[in-house]
Design a protein around this ligand. Structure first.
Ligand SMILES: Nc1ncnc2c1ncn2[C@@H]1O[C@H](COP(=O)(O)OP(=O)(O)OP(=O)(O)O)[C@@H](O)[C@H]1O
Ligand SMILES: [Mg+2]
Length: 329
């Protein structure tokens, strides 16, 4: 879209510029704005300059060139001081005599805006677009286009494409799942002539694991810590004891997870979330299918939420450790 915009702008002699930043790689206001500034001044690196200098320099660029700047901030919820960033960028327009700043924030987390300060939110004047997951018909269309490019003619059977679309639509509605299924099925087939639905079925298990791991890597860090607490407790504990004396394996109390989370957050020198946000995160983790949460019913003392990990604890723990330690450095 930015390329198309660039062509339009050139053709119509409009002064404009755009920049794409993946905030997962630039997770603070300073880092994200530095990346933006460098893209407008490719010959300078601005290393060692203060945060306010970087911001002022960006405004100066828009002002002097009378340029309309569009900043695409992908995975914007990964920015630690997101309030500051969003507030500064939206207020930047008040300081400009000419030119403008427009921000496009992209996030998988529908709730992230609720974490913004009300003042920040009101200065945003935002328009929200929600991209729903693809359905099987749409995925089928996408896969057909992709298969034309990546496979020899007639190397993929129609039922294989239909099955891969159906599986991906049911599990996530994510085009990546569908594409990965076809790719993996193709790799398994290798010597045989045609990718049939039987091969897609075989590819399913290995793709699932990769998808879960990549999903974990996109969670906000605090939510990763909550999930980490669940995985850690699951691998340490035998489960909970019911009133009958029977042990329910792999099941955890919501309260013990929160306590473990608090310990972990301290270890990672993170601030801690309140129990209200904790419950929100638990609900979201359940929505993503990473955990199963139920209200404690018969046979359990007291009223609490019970949580069970949806996947192998050791694998989830390993994936999270990679993410959390990466974030620490
Ligand atoms: N309409 C489409 N046609 C063809 N390919 C598509 C389409 N939509 C998505 N894809 C493919 O699916 C993959 C994921 O798409 P994209 O990177 O846009 O997803 P995303 O929403 O940014 O995901 P994430 O949340 O992981 O960042 C890419 O390989 C992309 O090419
Ligand atoms: Mg993306």
């Amino acid at each position: 879209m930015l390329e198309q915009l660039g062509e339009f702008v050139k053709k119509n002699g409009i002064s404009a510029g755009s920049c794409y930043v993946n905030c997962r790689s630039h997770p603070s206001k300073y880092k994200a704005l530095l990346k933006v500034l460098r893209s407008f001044y490719p010959e300078k690196d601005f290393l060692g300059y203060s945060a306010s200098f970087v911001y002022e320099k960006l405004l100066e660029y828009a002002n002097e060139k009378k340029a309309h700047l569009i900043l695409v901030l992908d995975e914007i919820d990964k920015v630690k001081d997101i309030d500051d960033l969003v507030y500064s960028l939206s207020r930047g327009n008040d300081e400009l005599e000419s030119g403008s700043l427009t921000m496009i924030g992209i996030s998988n987390n529908l709730m992230f805006k609720e974490k913004l300060d009300p003042r920040t939110k009101s200065s945003l004047c935002e328009r929200e677009l929600v991209f729903n997951p693809y359905n099987a018909t749409e995925l089928c269309q996408i896969l057909k286009e992709r298969c034309l490019i990546s496979f020899k003619p007639n190397a993929v059977s129609e039922p294989a494409i239909l099955l891969a679309s159906a599986i991906a639509a049911q599990e996530s509605g994510d085009a990546r799942t569908a594409v990965m299924l076809m790719q993996r099925a193709g790799e398994i087939v290798e010597q045989v002539t045609t990718v049939t639905d039987a091969y897609v079925e075989k590819a399913k298990a290995s793709v699932e694991e990769e998808i879960i791991i990549s999903m974990i890597s996109t969670l906000p860090q605090q939510q990763q810590l909550v999930l980490y607490a669940i995985a850690q407790l699951t691998s340490q504990k035998r489960g909970i004891r019911k009133v009958s004396g029977e042990i329910e394996e792999g099941v955890l109390y919501s309260g013990e997870i929160f306590d473990t989370y608090l310990d972990l957050a301290k270890k990672f020198e993170e601030h801690t979330i309140t129990s209200r946000w904790y419950r929100q995160y638990i609900n979201e983790l359940e929505m993503y299918g990473l955990i199963v949460a139920t209200a404690s019913g018969k046979g359990i003392k007291g009223q609490t939420k019970l949580v069970k990990l949806g996947f192998d604890a050791a694998k989830i723990k390993a994936a999270l450790e990679k993410e959390l330690f990466k974030a620490m450095n």
